[in-house]
Design a protein around this ligand. Structure first.
Ligand code: FES
Length: 174
């Protein structure tokens, strides 16, 4: 007798194909716990860590595998600014918007970055060189305003310093 594959099984098989074994194992592990759906954010973190960002297809696959409505998964992914829904640029610029940095002019610095790059916070330049984001306190308030570029921390950043920082890092991104 030929066993029929149900449409649900087909969708699940397709969703499984999107991920590597370590991600599937982690999702399975979460699904064995008491409140599996409460692990959604943890799963999204793992997926982003592995693939760099959360693509539409991967969000959909997480929704199927965790049996959570796709709209809810997308809603959670777009609510938290730590999640990236598009591929990141070669260099990620994170402007600290914590209280100390904000008071010391982080907003002015962010405005200059936005002007120079022609993008808003959370966006990536069309040449894929830079992604501009904001972040919470980086724990270096005495050096406010702080900007993290790639793995480097820049202290007491002024808006006047932005063009030269971008020049330095655009060479690195090439
Ligand atoms: S508020 Fe920016 S480092 Fe603390």
């Amino acid at each position: 007798m030929i066993s029929k594959i149900s449409p649900k099984d087909e969708v699940l098989a397709k969703a499984r194909k999107r991920f590597d074994k370590d991600i599937l194992d982690y999702i399975n592990e979460c699904m064995q716990k008491d409140h599996p759906k409460s692990f959604l954010i943890a799963v999204l973190h793992r997926v982003q860590e592995k693939y760099g960002y959360l693509s539409k297809d991967n969000l959909q696959a997480v929704a199927y595998l965790m049996d959570i409505p796709a709209a809810k998964v997308s809603g959670v992914a777009s609510f938290y600014h730590l999640f990236h829904l598009k591929p990141k640029g070669k260099v990620v610029i994170s402007i600290c918007m914590g209280t100390a940095c904000f008071v010391k002019g982080a907003e002015k610095v962010a405005k200059k970055f936005k002007e120079e790059l022609g993008i808003e916070l959370g966006q990536t330049t069309t040449d894929n060189q830079f992604t501009l984001t904001s972040t919470r306190c980086l724990g270096m308030c005495a050096m406010a305003p702080v900007v993290k570029i790639g793995e480097d921390i820049h202290a007491k950043v002024t808006s006047d310093a932005v063009p030269s920082l971008l020049e330095k890092y655009s060479k690195a991104a090439k």
